[in-house]
Design a protein around this ligand. Structure first.
Ligand code: NAD
Length: 430
């Protein structure tokens, strides 16, 4: 099939390359000329394992990029893979989606044959039918169901394993409201599903597809917050939380995945998606108590880390090494990293902060240009009064002799990965 993907960011680039890999002809449309030029030169505009190889193999053949929306005219279906950030009060900001839908609609006005427009971005229930479709109708002069349809296909890939996740997913969710849209979506995904090991295909309505994505992310975020709540109680009673969590994971109703206690969830999706569904729930008069509690627990974890530090060191005037600035290992993404609220609190308390991360320092420097940065964990620890471990990079688990360079070593481990030494003050967060 011939597919167009609007937006060539993290998701758009990955799915374009993967659709080309399974045999479709794909064109990426993005307003960013640099991104388009990078893709057309056979390189990936984002860092993601395996993506460079796919783009190198298919660019100029089954994969190309352009800034010109006219490219969609020669395709059967268009996926909208645009950012859906948060407004200041947590609501979803649809302005980028609406602008792209308007450009797409104006282009579809010239198209004679059937077209399917699929929302790939994460959007709150009813957005595709009540926001995107009306913009498309207005701009194209056509009605949904007459010449074009809309559909919804949420994305579940994770940064750091995006290609693998997309090509071998647990599930593919296809949301549609007409038989023709359902058939077209099925045809898009058939080649992928055939080669995936055991992907489940969920055919459902559009707003159900929209909600499945939020339910998925909200459940995972709440699971981590519940785990952290339990681990905090363990800590107060001097109970080994890892033994408790390993044991409850043996219950098949709970499962052993995603039971890691620590300094909480961050990144480009969980915080904004939980905020958006909480705001959407409140808009219709429902107070989502569980999700509000999940956010509250998550907000408290970095503060607890500072409280534990205070038991040993007065942060005012102390040199504090923060190890790990990326929101998780394997990425240079610092959006909503737990290091951000932690460093804010440390600076408020008068600490002298030195940060270190194997790959995310430059991105973090844009947010905190005035703290010190070290080139290695050892250099960050040199002369420090305390060390806070925020991201579970493997290299932090290997630290041992490096702590000798600290003044009187105090280590607060937010990920429970550092090898303990009897001769230094070591506290795990949980
Ligand atoms: P992104 O910010 O990385 O990419 C968006 C791209 O859209 C950019 O390249 C930008 O230049 C382009 N763009 C902006 N306006 C445009 C326009 N009018 N026309 C064409 N292109 C335009 O976003 P992302 O991380 O890929 O996320 C996209 C969506 O997927 C979001 O809704 C997100 O919640 C969802 N999602 C993201 C992930 C993830 O891990 N990043 C996972 C699952 C779902």
């Amino acid at each position: 099939m011939k597919l167009s993907i609007i937006g060539s960011g993290y998701v758009g680039t990955t799915i374009a390359a993967c659709f080309a890999e399974v045999g479709h002809d794909v064109v990426n449309v993005d307003i960013d000329e640099d991104v388009v030029a990078t893709l057309n030169s056979g390189e990936s505009p984002i860092h993601e394992p395996g993506l460079d190889d796919l783009i190198e193999e298919h660019a100029g053949d089954r994969l190309r990029a352009t800034t010109d929306y006219e490219a969609v005219l020669d395709t059967d279906a268009t996926f909208l893979a645009l950012s859906t950030p948060s407004t200041d009060d947590g609501h979803i900001d649809l302005s980028i989606m609406e602008a792209a839908a308007e450009s797409l609609g104006a282009t579809l006005a010239e198209k004679d044959d059937y077209h399917l427009v699929v929302t790939k971005s994460t959007v709150v229930p009813t957005t595709t039918e009540e926001v995107i479709a009306p913009v498309l109708e207005e701009a194209s002069g056509k009605r949904v169901g007459e010449g074009f349809d809309v559909g919804m296909n949420p994305e579940f890939l994770r940064e750091g394993s995006a290609v693998e996740d997309f090509l071998d997913p647990d599930k593919v969710v296809l949301g549609s409201q007409t038989d023709r849209a359902a058939e077209t979506l099925r045809a898009v995904f058939d080649p992928l599903v055939e080669q995936a090991s055991d992907a489940a295909v969920v055919e459902t309505g559009i707003r159900e597809a929209e909600m499945i994505k939020y339910a998925n992310n909200a459940f995972l975020a709440a699971k981590i917050s519940l785990v952290n709540d339990l681990a905090n109680i363990c800590k107060e009673y001097d109970v080994d939380s890892s033994e408790v969590l390993d044991a409850i994971g043996l219950d098949s109703r709970i499962g052993s995945e995603f039971l890691g206690a620590g300094v909480g969830w961050g990144g480009s999706c969980f915080p904004k998606d939980v905020a958006a569904i909480v705001a959407a729930a409140r808009d219709v008069g429902y107070e989502p108590a569980m999700l509000e509690a999940a956010v509250a627990v998550n907000d408290r974890q970095p503060v607890r880390m500072l409280d534990i530090l205070r038991d040993h060191v007065d942060p005012s005037g102390a040199r504090v090494a923060v190890l790990g600035l990326a929101f998780k290992p394997g990425t240079d993404d610092v959006r909503n990293s737990r290091a951000i609220p932690l460093i804010d609190a440390l600076l408020d308390a008068g600490a002298d902060v030195v940060g270190y991360d194997p790959v995310a320092t430059e991105n973090f420097r844009e947010k905190f240009p005035d703290i010190d940065y070290a080139d290695s964990a050892g250099a960050a620890l040199d002369g420090a009064d305390a060390a806070l471990v925020v991201t579970d990079w493997d290299e932090f688990a290997a630290l041992y002799d490096e702590f000798d360079a600290m003044n009187e070593p105090v280590v607060v481990d937010g990920r429970s990965i550092v090898t303990r030494r009897d001769d230094i003050v070591y506290e795990s967060l949980v």
